[in-house]
Design a protein around this ligand. Structure first.
Ligand code: COA
Length: 198
């Protein structure tokens, strides 16, 4: 099966595929980040070492099946967060997810991460769109697709309501279409993606 690169260098970040032996590193980075993640990431309410081990095992399985490609975000050799490309928005679609350790926010590193994943996603055959979803109250997350020229396409109330304490329970969907799809006669016009992270 066609897969993205296991390591991706982009501007000031390098993404590398998570491995089972990253457990101590990821456990430390997630533990240090919990207060900052809890408002937005439901899993942060149940974080412990076993949950991290399960995530790493699942990441291996999902990489093999093509269901998701999860990476450590590193900068200057240090692990600073986690991100992934997920196949959960239907045929031809990939969704990007990300979080950073709070000591590394405000420098454009999440935006660089998403730009790197966007390139990897569109390099996979059959990808016609990439999306970023976030809760409407999560303005820091919203900044990432906005800076990369994604288009906001929909605001969808989540049937179950908010899943984490900072959320209002409305999912904002940002989308960018494949440049290749845009050049086909029947498809939509091109997107506003700028290379890099302007
Ligand atoms: C969502 C999250 C990753 C965003 O982090 P972030 O630091 O705001 O995003 P970036 O790393 O792209 O940094 C952007 C900031 O750096 C600034 N910046 C500096 N240099 C930059 C550069 N070269 N390129 C882009 N932005 C740059 C931007 O102006 C922006 O500043 P602002 O926050 O004052 O507007 C972070 O808030 C987080 O981990 N949140 C908790 C988990 C979460 O919500 N995940 C998403 C769930 S949907």
């Amino acid at each position: 099966m066609e897969q993205p690169a296991e390591t991706v260098a982009f501007d000031e970040v390098e993404l590398r595929r998570w491995r089972a032996d990253d457990i101590d590193t990821l456990n430390r980075v997630a533990t240090e980040s919990l207060a900052h993640l809890r408002p937005w990431m439901p899993w942060a309410a149940h974080h412990d070492r076993d949950a991290i081990a399960a995530f790493l095992a699942r990441s291996d399985e999902e990489w093999a099946s093509g269901q998701a490609y999860n990476y450590a975000i590193t900068s200057g050799g240090e692990v600073i967060g986690s991100c992934g490309l997920m196949r959960r928005i239907g045929l031809g679609g990939l969704e990007i997810g990300y979080w950073l350790h709070p000591g590394w926010t405000g420098r454009g590193l999440a935006t660089m991460t998403a730009a790197a994943l966007l390139q990897q996603g569109f390099a996979l055959t059959g990808t016609d769109r990439v999306e970023i979803h976030h809760d409407a109250a999560n303005l820091a997350s919203e900044g990432v697709p906005r800076r990369l020229g994604f288009t906001e396409v929909e605001r969808v109330p989540v049937p179950e309501g908010a899943e984490a304490p900072g959320e209002v329970g409305v999912n904002v969907i940002w989308r960018v279409h494949s440049p290749a799809a845009a050049s086909r006669p029947s498809s939509r016009p091109g997107h506003g993606l700028r290379p890099g992270h302007g």
